[in-house]
Ligand binder design. Structure first.
Ligand code: BGC
Length: 249
């Protein structure tokens, strides 16, 4: 392990996970620690859990954190799948004051995109890569020649009159008990629509479903090459740690 350690915390709707990250290799430097997201997930309650995660590792320095919403210069702007109390909360300042350390806050899918661009499926890819995360919602990250264009919200494209994530997220598949092939029909519609607008060079698909891509990926039809993300559940933590470090420009 190198001495070049960072720390990332991935704040999600159901779990808050953190770990130290080896910034040279992009690997977690210790087992990640997970705490259920408090319900209601108010800013104060989440800040308390973030404190617990830092304490667990004795981390006493700058860190990065993800949030499942638009995060503009440290300030949360939307709240599709979290408490609306977050809107206009300066999450970087809140967690910075609570911990006494500098905090870099970033949208969850953007963090995953940055991690995949550095260490995963989008590594060394030139041109436009669209990284999507399929979970409770659909998150997106646009990476152009390795650089992130932040806060794209391609999960909320309205396709066939519906918010795309309500049809094609991983949770939509579970809630509606869809067969993988049937879900893949929705994914095909989604990715074909996105490609008609952006004409990317590559789609990278992350989220829990990236663990077993053989179940659904072969059924997805679109003209753009499409691959599963490589960093799985750790992409958010790794991306958050990168954003907080000098490794990310
Ligand atoms: C939010 C995005 C987020 C995505 C994945 C969407 O509902 O609007 O900001 O990245 O869910 O959590």
């Amino acid at each position: 392990m190198s001495d070049d350690l960072g720390f990332g915390i991935d704040i999600g709707g159901t779990g808050i996970k953190g770990a130290p990250v080896d910034l040279a290799s992009g690997e977690l430097a210790d087992d990640r620690y997970r705490v259920d997201t408090p319900q209601p997930s108010t800013p104060a309650a989440v800040a308390e859990v973030v404190h617990q995660v830092l304490e667990k590792f004795g981390w006493q320095s700058a860190f990065g954190c993800t949030f499942p919403a638009v995060v503009q210069h440290g300030v949360v702007r939307t709240a599709a799948n979290v408490s609306r109390e977050w809107i206009d909360t300066d999450i970087a300042a809140l967690l910075g004051e609570a911990s006494g350390h500098d905090v870099a806050a970033v949208n969850d899918a953007d963090a995953a995109g940055i991690a995949e661009a550095h260490f995963g499926a989008a590594r060394d890819k030139s041109g436009l890569v669209v990284v999507t995360t399929l979970g409770t919602g659909i998150g997106s990250a646009l990476i152009l020649d390795g650089l992130l264009v932040p806060n794209t919200e391609l999960g909320h494209l309205v396709i066939d009159g519906e918010d795309a994530e309500t049809r094609a997220s991983a949770v939509a598949r579970e809630t509606e008990d869809l067969a993988w092939e049937d879900w893949a029909v929705r994914l095909s519609r989604y990715y074909s629509y996105v490609e008609s607008l952006l004409w990317p060079d590559l789609f990278v698909v992350g989220g829990g479903v990236s663990k077993k891509p053989d179940r659904w990926l072969p059924y997805v039809e679109c003209r753009t090459p499409i691959v599963a993300a490589q960093l799985r559940n750790s992409a958010g933590i790794i991306g958050a740690a990168l954003v907080a470090s000098s490794h990310h420009t």
